[in-house]
Design a protein around this ligand. Structure first.
Ligand SMILES: [Zn+2]
Length: 58
């Protein structure tokens, strides 16, 4: 019974909008994300990047 690893997932930093952009392009999947959603809290970005990670590592 070894200790399991990989419990911790490091979220990439939230992309920042430049100027008056209302949409922010995700640096990883190049989708346009709503700036409001991104700035409303971490959850939106976490869900997004977690989905990306699952896709990438599968
Ligand atoms: Zn993305």
């Amino acid at each position: 019974m070894s200790t399991s690893q990989g419990d911790k997932f490091e979220y990439p930093p939230i992309p920042e909008a430049s100027g008056g952009e209302t949409r922010i392009q995700c640096p990883f999947c190049f989708k346009a994300l709503g700036r409001k959603e991104l700035e409303a809290g971490d959850d939106y970005w976490k869900h997004h990047s977690l989905r990306l990670a699952l896709k990438v590592f599968r």
